[in-house]
Design a protein around this ligand. Structure first.
Ligand code: AGP
Length: 591
């Protein structure tokens, strides 16, 4: 994680660096800094906390600069650990993890270097100083040759007033040229508003950015041609469009977004190839993290029920180290909003190497997953800024259900596309009822913990509801299989404990109600999310949100809406910023 930016050009660098860093805060926001070159000297401005703390640096002069917004991995969030890191004449910003940092540090300390931070990144500045013989690019190549792990790096040197050098391995990096300047950033959102030509740096590549523009090199420093990225500057520019938070704005976009996912799927140029692959698919492995993992769990219920094809859903960080069994005709689905999650990328690569056909379900064009997948399906949710995923989850569900429908058809079964298309209106109707959860907030405000219960697809949705709540309210909560509660966790339920029960499958409703009786008998306040009107006024239920009916297999796309709203409103009521929860970042590009 972490966001990096850099600029050299005819303007002062500070405004671009600070504005760019603000757009990259979704990658981390526990400390920030910029370095500007002025009169042959590097001037450093760093702070603990958000980029806005650096506001006074905006007026500082210097046409060459680099900047960083940090999500701490090695070393606590502090000014000393904030990037840029300066050693001698060199300043660097880094996103990634240097896994052999201790070995390198030992070597550098033995040579007499002293370190001023606890970060792994600082070794990069030291290595540059060690290898520099008047050519910054060559020093960067030698430095990169010593690094193990992941990195996107931008560096500058006091001796070179008109150039930046970058290197990339596993962590994303975009470089650009135009409007009298050259640019580098972790992703195109930081630069897009400039409307300049942008290029994605590949693994093992380097870039020299100077007055002549951008030159990209391979590992051996041979110049390589690059195609500019296609992008829409407006779509890439984050804007709350009148909403107080990005999260609320993104929730409001859900009906439109799932419509787009459904329509785009049928028109996707990859559709034919995918249908051929589905025809021979015998089993599916889904790898993902966090919310994307939960959409995988929801998809498992739909695919197994509608297609009778076994689906294994695995947290990517487990899959990658588990030596998974991947028989022939396995389809691997890597589900990732950002397309940059390190664990998901590694798990997807592993599945592919083991012989699986790899389909990526992602929201971000040009992301790393798009470069390794055999087929890429885009969720088309548009930029998601809030750290807590909302619209991307619903879009992933819709797309995964479309895959389930295509798979069912390819096995001679029925199509569910018409039904999935109708979901667009159903979701729009359901979205309105979500506001009703605002009345629940007083019951949750003083709670010590919260439970989310469900069976079948409701259980998968319950897990997502619980994750959302933890993430932005910091309240301990558990998503639980309703039937499993009595095997231990029931001991945690006492007078006034809020319990949210999901009830959308008529075949499982009475079974879930058994758990509702059990928690009610222990004094819990039960809040119901259901599409079954007959349960709304049961005596055990304190309050209910009634959702429109839909096929049980697809119900999470609806039932998650009030869960997202509950987390959002409770987060605000507890005085938090739902867009920027503590300790988290949107894109987790480290292990
Ligand atoms: C969701 O609210 C989280 N912020 C997080 O769990 C996220 O879903 C996870 O890190 C995976 O991200 P990805 O979809 O970009 O791979």
């Amino acid at each position: 994680m972490c966001g990096i930016v850099g600029y050299y050009g005819k303007e002062n660098a500070a405004p671009f660096l600070l504005d760019g860093l603000k757009k990259l805060e979704y990658r981390g926001y526990d400390s920030a800094g910029i370095a500007l070159l002025r009169g042959g000297k590097i001037n450093l401005y760093r702070c603990r906390g958000r980029v806005r703390e650096l506001g006074s640096a905006r007026r500082e002069k210097g046409q060459l600069g680099i900047g960083h917004t940090r999500w701490a991995t090695h070393g606590a969030p502090s000014e000393a650990n904030a990037h840029p890191h300066v050693y001698g004449k060199f300043a660097i910003v880094h996103n990634g993890i240097i896994e052999n940092q201790f070995e390198l540090k030992g070597e550098l300390l033995a040579r007499g270097d002293t370190f001023s931070s606890e970060t792994d990144s600082e070794v990069i500045a030291h290595l540059l100083a060690y290898y520099y013989e008047g050519d910054l690019l060559a020093a960067m190549q030698k430095t990169a040759g010593r690094l193990k792990g992941s990195y996107a790096v931008a560096a500058m040197c006091e001796e070179i007033p008109d150039a930046l050098v970058c290197a990339r391995s596993k962590s994303p990096l975009v470089v650009g040229e135009g409007n009298g300047g050259v640019y580098v950033a972790s992703d195109l959102s930081a630069i897009a508003a400039r409307g300049v030509a942008l290029y994605a740096l590949g693994d093992g590549e380097f870039a020299l950015l100077n007055g002549k523009g951008v030159t990209v090199y391979d590992r051996d420093l041979t110049v390589i041609p690059k195609e500019p990225l296609e992008y829409d500057p407006e779509a890439e520019a984050p804007d709350k469009r009148g909403y107080r938070h990005y999260m609320r704005k993104e929730m409001a976009e859900i009906p439109a977004v799932i419509g787009k996912s459904c329509i785009d799927f049928a028109r996707d140029p990859a559709y034919e190839e995918l249908t051929r692959v589905l025809g021979r698919t015998q089993r599916i492995h889904i790898v993902a993290c966090g919310t994307a993992y939960h959409s995988g769990l929801c998809a498992k219920f739909a695919i197994e029920s509608l297609c009778r094809i076994p689906v294994e859903v695995c947290v990517a960080s487990e899959y990658r180290y588990r030596n998974p069994i991947v028989p022939p005709d396995t389809l691997a689905l890597a589900v990732t909003q950002s397309g940059e999650t390190a664990d998901t990328l590694a798990a997807a690569e592993l599945a592919k190497q083991a012989g699986a056909y790899l389909v990526a379900v992602t929201n971000v064009p040009y992301s790393s997953i798009t470069r390794i997948a055999d087929t890429v399906l885009f969720t088309g949710a548009g930029r998601e800024i809030a750290v807590a995923a909302t619209k991307s989850f619903n879009a992933q569900l819709e797309l995964l259900y479309c895959i389930a429908s295509a798979l069912a058809e390819s096995k001679g079964g029925q199509s569910y596309f018409a039904e999935l298309h109708r979901l667009i209106e159903t979701v729009a109707a359901a979205e309105k009822s979500c506001e009703e959860v605002r009345g629940w907030i007083p019951y949750f405000l003083g709670a010590r913990s919260v439970f989310f219960l469900g069976r079948g697809a409701d259980y998968a949705a319950a897990l997502e509801g619980s994750l959302k709540l933890k993430e932005i309210t910091y309240l301990p909560s558990e998503g639980y299989a309703a039937g499993e509660l009595k095997h231990g966790t029931l001991a945690l339920v006492d007078e006034g404990t809020p319990v949210v029960a999901l009830l959308t499958d008529p075949a499982l409703a009475e079974k879930t109600m058994n758990a509702v009786h059990e928690v009610y008998a222990r004094g819990a306040n039960v809040f119901l999310i259901t599409s079954l009107p007959e349960y709304v006024s049961r005596k055990e239920v304190s309050s209910a949100v009634l959702l429109p009916a839909c096929r049980a297999e697809f119900s999470p796309v609806l039932s998650v809406l009030p869960l997202q709203a509950l987390a959002y409103y409770l987060s605000i009521a507890r005085g938090n910023n739902p867009d920027k929860p503590r300790n988290l970042a949107k894109s987790v590009t480290v292990e």
